[in-house]
Every structure is written in structure tokens, then in C-alpha cells.
Design a protein around this ligand. Structure first.
Ligand code: ZN
Ligand code: ZN
Length: 621
């Protein structure tokens, strides 16, 4: 059978061969007059009746079930009957050509660039666009019809009467496709078709940010509409981001019920934590997964910043950077470079300077995720974990207090400003407690940090870098042999340069509980201590003597027992994971948990075995 009025392919065949378009089903799903004796019947009943009639007349050869694709209504699920109807279309070719050209000529650039292909593919294969919809909501089609002579009038405003016969007119009841209205957004929101100051100032804009799933529906249509009506593309860059998926990587949807209400997340973790977790670690155009650990990490970061700021405020109470500084100006840059002398201060200011540069570099390449990660790394690792700890030592030293306070103030303030676009609420709140200068009442209107305020001090970077290596080395060695945090133990250092390390000694004592700390110049006749753990940093060898700290034999025994326990656990999980019944019957997340457990235990076992062999070596040394 060929039914040109009830099937898209048949319609094409009908057009090619000049077949009549016979509509047998109406918009109510009932049979029309054309259906002759079936007229008025429901479409389902009619199908059954036709079967019966065919059988009765002896025309039915056989019946058998056939699987084929039938469109169903997305709202109510009932089968859709294609009907023929009159609709409004936009002829696309003349619109698509200039829209393709602006992208090919680089006037509109996609970031990441790979999305250009998707755009070009759509535009090269474009079909005429059906823009009329039989819905209640939307812009109405600006077409009127004469009640008397059927004349059609398309106009900007409603005609008073039919220009042909003077009869009454009524407006087309259809509305425009919602994407048609959205396509006008870049200029219609600014007052177009009037030449408003807003249109003059804001159009075209520099950048559009959107998801890759609506490149054709929205981006392409804004581009060709703008070119058609204003002779220019609506923006010069299109920054494409990915979609937020659930923890298993599935698209969030109503039918799966795996959607997340951002307001609930804000309630539980805070708006800044949500924002940070959505930007951090995400590269443009790639999808991201939303899972609890990630947002917990973001919340922990916000808490870390909050606590660091409170530490600063407590120590800065009653202190001010001084009128000259707050007044601002180039002399401050000079001051910063000349008047800051301690290696730790010069190190953190160097790290800050590098962070500011890399943030600008990332933002210029449209990689906000990269920019945020650099800021988080700076605040969390450099500032909170190291500089604040160094500052505790310096604040107890009256000679170094003033500089340390200034650096705490300056670094905190600059960090808040850097982070502000990514965590607006917490940064504004903390900013309000800082001494402020002109134009700094709100962080929102303050200057975004620019590079160039401090010359990176590579010597300070090397020295503090080595210091951090030493402290980490001691902490690791202590962990290897289970020394509790805070318990003071002797450390011996063999160094290339005595003065520098003696200067750093208070930091090492404080941050690695190295007490007593013996620093010796490395010379041919100085031997490393026996029965000690060792680690190496630039310019220093560090030793943790074990005599009196642990009983090596007992520690080996303890570790061997631990190793055999872990081994047993690994065997048990392996047994379970090779059990076919378990694999097929257990829920996916349980299987995943077992796999994760096995992997973690294998890694743990390796560490424990390494420690045992290390201790064995020390025992016989
Ligand atoms: Zn329906
Ligand atoms: Zn008329």
C-alpha cells in the first residue's frame, strides 16, 4: 500500500508520481469521510474491522506479528499517526550560506575547535525549517486570513480589514517554534528592531557559552537570524561546555530519575562548593560526572579557605598595611619587591605571581577549569599547607612579625580576588573583614589580580622547594615506621650549605617534629648514621635514626602479620570475583566495590612488603 497522506516516505513517492493525497484519519484519530463506510470510527477499531471484513470476503491470506518502528507520543505514549497538514516553513539555503561563511572565515570561532565540524555538518545538510506549532504558548505567527475571501495577509501589525475585499480578518492560530523565538534572542532582548543604546553597545557580543547539544537548535539559528536581520553575526566566540552526567556517566533524565536538583546540593554543601565542583577538573566541551566525593572535595576546599582566613584575621587584628599601601599606586610594586626579604615570603609571593600568570593564560584560552585548579592548588597546597605553617614560626619572632603579617594580608587578599569568580559568596564574605583601600569596598568591583607585581625569585623557590622536600621526607620516614604525629624524634641532616639550613631549622623542627635536629656540613670524614632511615633532598641528606625509636624486630613482626592478613583478604575477594554466580547476580555497585577493595589491598600489600624489606636491610646494616 502507498498512503501519501499518512507516511513521510509515501508522501515523497506520491509527489514523484502525482498520486492524490487522501486523508483517511482526522486530528481526533477518527476515520474521515474518505474512509467511506468506516467514517467516524476510531482508528484502532477501524483497523480491527478491516481485518474482519477482509476475512469475511475471503481476501485475508494470513496474519503474523511483525516488529516495526512506530512513533509514540512523548507525553502520553499513544501511537502517532502522521497526518498531512499545512505548515509554515523557512527556506533555509539562503540563510545557511552566509552563516556557514562567517564560521569558515573565522569571524565566529568555536572553542574547542572540534565543534566547528558539527556546525558545518548541520549547515551543509540543512532542510527547510518547519516553524509553525499547534501549541498555546509562543509568539503567534504574524499571518491573518480574510473570513470572506480567504486572502492571506502577512504583516508586522494586525490589519484592520482585508485589503482585497474589506472583510473581517482573523490571525493564524499557530505559534512559532520556540527555537525561532530563541534565535532572535541576541538582538530582540536589546530592543531590536529599534536602534536602542543597548543594541548599539552590547551587540554583537564577544562570547556565547552553551552546551554542545544545542549547537544546531540554538547557536546556528542565532547566527543566521542575526546575519539576516542585522548583517552581522551575534558573537565572535562560541565556548562549548559538556553535560553534567550522573555518577555512572548516564545522562540525567526524568525517566531514569537520576537528576539532581542544584538547590538541594546548595542546601547540603553550599552554592560555592557546587560551583567549584562544576568547574574544577573539567575541560571545555567534555562531559563531567557528578558524584558526592567531588562536591565533598569542593566543600572541604571552601572550609580550608575559611579556616585559613580566620587564622589570618586573628593574627592581623589591630594591624593595617598602612595608608601608603592602601592608597595604591606603582610605588607599591616597588615596595613589594624591595622590602620583602625572608625566603618564605619571597617564595609564596613568587608562587602567587606564577599562579596569577597561569590563571590569565588559562582564561585567555577559555579553560576556566584549568584556571580554577591552579588557584585551588595555590591556596590549598602553597598557602594553607606551607606558608601558613611557616608563618606560625615567624609570627613568634618579633623581628619578622611585620613582614609576615603583610604577606599574610597580601596573599589572602589576592587569593580571594583570584578565586572570586569561581566562589563568589565565601570570597565576598571574607573580603569584608580585610583592611581595604580605594575602590575595594566589594570584591566584585575590585581589580582582578594582574601579573607583574612581584619578580619571581628563583633562588627562594629553590631553597623553599628543598625545605619542603626535607620536611616531606622526614614525615614519610616517620610514617614508614609508625611514629605518631607530633611525637618529637631526633633527625640528622648532612647538608651542602650550613647557614641556609640552620636558618630553616626552626621550620623543620616545627613541621616535622624533628627534635633534636642535628645539622652537619657534608664532608668526606662525616659518616651517615647507622641503623637509620634516609631520604634525600636538593642539597641535603636526611636521616631518621631508629635506635630507641622503634624495635626493628618487633616492627618487622607486626608488618608481617599485617601482610598475611591483607593477603588473605585479597584471596577472599579474588575467589568472589571469579565466582560466575556472584558476578551475574550481584548488583553492579557491589561488584565494583569488591574490585576496588582488591586493588586497594594489592597496593597496600606492596607498601607493607617494601617496608619489611627496608627494615630487614637496616637490621643487618
Ligand atoms: Zn499524547
Ligand atoms: Zn477578503
Amino acid at each position: 500500500k502507498v498512503t501519501p497522506a499518512h507516511d513521510l516516505d509515501d508522501f515523497e513517492i506520491g509527489i514523484r508520481h502525482g498520486l492524490p493525497l487522501v486523508s483517511v484519519i482526522d486530528t481526533e484519530g477518527k476515520m474521515t469521510q474518505e474512509a467511506d463506510k468506516y467514517e467516524g470510527m476510531d482508528r484502532y477499531q477501524c483497523r480491527q474491522q478491516i481485518l474482519k471484513d477482509l476475512e469475511a470476503y475471503g481476501y485475508l491470506v494470513k496474519t503474523e506479528p511483525i516488529k516495526h518502528a512506530v512513533g509514540h507520543c512523548q507525553r502520553c505514549g499513544s501511537p502517532v499517526e502522521p497526518l498531512i497538514s499545512e505548515q509554515w516553513f523557512v527556506k533555509m539555503k539562503p540563510l545557511a550560506e552566509p552563516a556557514l561563511k562567517v564560521v569558515q572565515e573565522g569571524d565566529v570561532k568555536f572553542v574547542p575547535e572540534r565543534f566547528t565540524k558539527i556546525y558545518e555538518h548541520w549547515m551543509n545538510n540543512i532542510k527547510d525549517w518547519c516553524i509553525s506549532r499547534q501549541l498555546w504558548w509562543g509568539h503567534r505567527i504574524p499571518a491573518w486570513y480574510c473570513e470572506d475571501c480567504d486572502e492571506m495577509i502577512v504583516a508586522r501589525s494586525e490589519p484592520e480589514s482585508c485589503p482585497k475585499c474589506g472583510g473581517k480578518v482573523y490571525q493564524d492560530e499557530d505559534v512559532l517554534d520556540t527555537w525561532f523565538s530563541s534565535a532572535l534572542w541576541p538582538f530582540s532582548t536589546l530592543g531590536w528592531p529599534d536602534h536602542t543604546p543597548e543594541l548599539e553597545y552590547f551587540f554583537p557580543t564577544d562570547i556565547l557559552i552553551t552546551g554542545y547539544d544545542i549547537i544546531f537548535f540554538w547557536v546556528a539559528r542565532m547566527i543566521f537570524m542575526s546575519i539576516e536581520f542585522t548583517d552581522q553575526p551575534p558573537f565572535h566566540h562560541v565556548l562549548i561546555h559538556g553535560l553534567v552526567r550522573d555518577a555512572l556517566g548516564r545522562k540525567m533524565s526524568k525517566s531514569l530519575g537520576n537528576g539532581i536538583d542544584p538547590l538541594d546540593v546548595v542546601e547540603d554543601y553550599g552554592a560555592d562548593a557546587l560551583r567549584v565542583s562544576l568547574v574544577s577538573g573539567v575541560s571545555m566541551g567534555s562531559d563531567m560526572r557528578f558524584y558526592d566525593e567531588k562536591i565533598e572535595g569542593a566543600r572541604n576546599f571552601c572550609n580550608k579557605l575559611w579556616n585559613a582566613a580566620r587564622y589570618c584575621f586573628t593574627n592581623l587584628e589591630g594591624w593595617s598595611p598602612g595608608e601608603i599601601w592602601l592608597e595604591g599606586g606603582e610605588e607599591n610594586v616597588f615596595q613589594l619587591d624591595q622590602n620583602i626579604s625572608m625566603p618564605a615570603s619571597r617564595w609564596i609571593l613568587s608562587q602567587l605571581e606564577l599562579t596569577i600568570s597561569s590563571v590569565h593564560d588559562s582564561l585567555e584560552r577559555y579553560e576556566p577549569g584549568e584556571a580554577l585548579d591552579a588557584i585551588i592548588h595555590f591556596i590549598w597546597d602553597d598557602f594553607c599547607d606551607w606558608y601558613i605553617e611557616f608563618s606560625k614560626e615567624e609570627l613568634s619572632n618579633s623581628e619578622n612579625q611585620e613582614e609576615t603579617k603583610f604577606v599574610l594580608y597580601y596573599v589572602l587578599k589576592t587569593s580571594l580576588a583570584l578565586l572570586h569568580p569561581f566562589a563568589p559568596f565565601i570570597t565576598e564574605e571574607l573580603w569584608s573583614y580585610l583592611p581595604k583601600g580605594k575602590g575595594e569596598d566589594s570584591i566584585m568591583i575590585s581589580q582582578y589580580p594582574l601579573p607583574g607585581n612581584f619578580h619571581v625569585d628563583t633562588a627562594a623557590q629553590e631553597d623553599i622547594g628543598a625545605l619542603i622536600e626535607v620536611i616531606r621526607g622526614i614525615r614519610n620516614m616517620r610514617a614508614e615506621v609508625n611514629i605518631p604525629t607530633g611525637k618529637r624524634e631526633k633527625v640528622i641532616m648532612l647538608v651542602d650549605e650550613l647557614k641556609k639550613w640552620e636558618e630553616f631549622a626552626p621550620y623543620i623542627k616545627r613541621l616535622a617534629w624533628a627534635d633534636p635536629l642535628e645539622i652537619l656540613l657534608k664532608e668526606p670524614d662525616v659518616n651517615p648514621p647507622a641503623k637509620a632511615l634516609a631520604s634525600v633532598a636538593k642539597g641535603a641528606e636526611v636521616f631518621l635514626p631508629l635506635a630507641g625509636v622503634i624495635n626493628i624486630d618487633e616492627e618487622i613482626k607486626r608488618l608481617e602479620k599485617l601482610a598475611s592478613e591483607i593477603e588473605e583478604d585479597v584471596l577472599r575477594t579474588e575467589e568472589r570475583l571469579s565466582n560466575q554466580e556472584f558476578l551475574t547476580k550481584a548488583p553492579e555497585d557491589i561488584v565494583e566495590k569488591q574490585k576496588k577493595r582488591r586493588q586497594e589491598n594489592i597496593e597496600k600489600l606492596e607498601t607493607v612488603k617494601k617496608r619489611i624489606s627496608m627494615l630487614n636491610q637496616i637490621r643487618i646494616s
